[in-house]
Ligand binder design. Sequence first.
Ligand code: ADP
Ligand code: ZN
Ligand code: ZN
Length: 741
Amino acid sequence: MKDLYADIIVDISQEKLDKTFQYLVPKELEFEIEEGKKVRIPFGNGGREITGYVVGLSSEPKIEADRIKPILAVEEQGMEIESRLISLAAWIARNYGSTMNQALKTVLPVKEKAAARERKFISLKADPKVCGGLLNEYARRHYRAKERLMRALLQKKILEYSSAIKEMKISPEVVKGFEKEGLVCIERERCYRTPLPKTIQAEKAAVLNEEQQLAVRKILEEWDSKAPRPCLIKGVTGSGKTEVYMELIRYVLEQGRQVILLIPEIALTYQNVSRFYARFGEKVSLIHSRMSQGERYDQFERAKEGKISVMIGPRSALFTPFPKLGLILIDEEHEDSYKSEKTPCYHARETAIQRGKMEGAYVVMGSASPSVESYYKARTGDYLLACLEQRYGGSSLPAVSIVDLREELKTGNRSVFSGRLTGKIQERLKKKEQVILFLNRRGYSGFVTCRSCGHVMKCPHCDVSLTAHRNGRLICHYCGYETMDVQKCPVCGSPYIGGFRAGTQQIESLVLKSFPGAKVLRMDADTTRKKDDHEKILSAFGRGEADILIGTQMIVKGHDFPRVTLVGVLAADLSLCSGDYRAGEKTFQLLLQAVGRAGRGERPGEAVIQTYHPDHYCIQAAAAQDYDWFYQEEMDYRSLMDYPPRAAMAAVRGAGKEEELLVRAMDYCRKYIERIYPGKDLTLIGPAPESVAKVQDMYRRVLYMRHQDREILVRIKNALEKYIEVNRGFRNIYIQYDFTV
Ligand code: ADP
Ligand code: ZN
Ligand code: ZN
């Protein structure tokens, strides 16, 4: 039998992650050794014994075999958190395609060279009587600064250094002088940066209503079973999913275990986070993407040391190094942001389930419109399903109507506001109620549609929208099918062919023109450049400083505006035709969320959806706010086309500066895969140009693979990785793997 070698890291600091040392795995340890194991090894010339972590295994020695020293022993003291995270990294590298080093960098917190910030305190040392005498002395001599400082010290005994200097306007020299005279001493305390304000009022647990209790009971029962499944909570907006989460968190904390709560970055608002803080106090912390590496590292350290037990954050919070993780909650589980766009392209949902499995932690996901993949798993019994059908307090869901934009065109109305929407906005302005106008631009990529009949130019092979390119051609981004730009609609012959090109800024000026006197706020990428812009706009709207809020998908997420009674969706179709098999799902989800913003207060809400596709099931199901209707139709489409979740799909994405080389390399990929897996059960689509075919002078192409069994795709990926590594045709070509499910 061949010898087995282990790559071992001895220092888990970020810079040194790729510095590994190879050791021989003794035969008697071969069974036990795996990625993540902590081992004892002889190190350096003296052979000093130290510990390290196994991060890779191979049968190839990197230097002469007889110079490689053997591992001495496997450390037995259970699996430490580092070990567990390293084996999670190994799972990520294998299942999503990346090097171990890339996976480790994803999973392990970044250590920053600068030490955590220190807080300094000035503490009174000398006898208060002596100090009292000094105080009088200072006053007499008009030593104002000394007087202020001494008076404060006599009162409080201890002062925080920086605020003393700033607020009391005292120079550091004065403090130093006191220190020299032995009146005070400077104390230091290592201080972790906590991102939450201390001013939030504590709050008691809510009393759950019947439906919420039922959901909790169902989930706790599942947790009591031998092999608890992941749970999916499907609950309409406002049904109290968050209250259910809090009850589950309370339960897990009582067991002395910790909780990770994943929230999409965009919903990581003060309003949302403070609810948890109010309930669980200082045990709660958060991370977000605007934090510096050092700040995140601090938070992870606090988690490891047991100073906090609930971590709230986006995707990357999943890797919080809690020693006894009990629960991972994923709110809005259908959100795209849970999938990493950088290699490794891991999905936080599946990775959470894997981490849960490895550490014995429960996983609970929630959404008002679950991803088709998750709902499929819930329906087939892989997940437990718990439903919340009613809004808390019984407020009714908004009444939704659909406006057919083709009819508007026929009656000569070419404005972006239909007659009905205009009327309803005027009504609201009169009644001093608020309006949200939602411009759906997600994934908008220049599809082409007939404005008379609504026909969208589609790929005859893939049933997704074709995308217009500058060269006047329409292209399918799955299979590469191309056709000339159309001048006349193939269905009705109308010459009104085009896209919907209005942006939020244009909408804003149109609103101001159509509704003079209305106060308008706009929220889009342009108005939210700075850190707090988001929050500022939303709270201004919340305070009633504007009548109308215009925005893209950012405005539809998790905010309660009780005075909003009308939501207008200006062009529901934009995301319907993004040239992606998920377009329908994304559209349905966005519309459902947008519509759900109306009528969250006392007054009932209403929504108007303007569309060129009034008969499309996504639009109709969203208007009816009927998820199951949408799901049935969507699954029919996915089954027919063999899209996930019916089959697993993975993309091989290539990028390169020279188009010709890239095209050739991607063709090699396809040929190689056909050679190693000739089975008819594998479908290859492409390679085709990506929907954005060139980014920063890099051309991009994609090859899709589809198979019933994800594991087959993983194996093909593994073989392809090796092939690419040794093949010269791939020099200067960047390959990325992207598993859809
Ligand atoms: P979701 O997360 O499902 O959209 P939330 O948890 O935000 O719903 O609940 C909507 C509103 O109803 C919130 O203001 C919340 O405080 C309130 N609410 C929900 N359940 C309860 C409860 N059991 N007791 C008191 N208030 C509740
Ligand atoms: Zn037409
Ligand atoms: Zn196609």
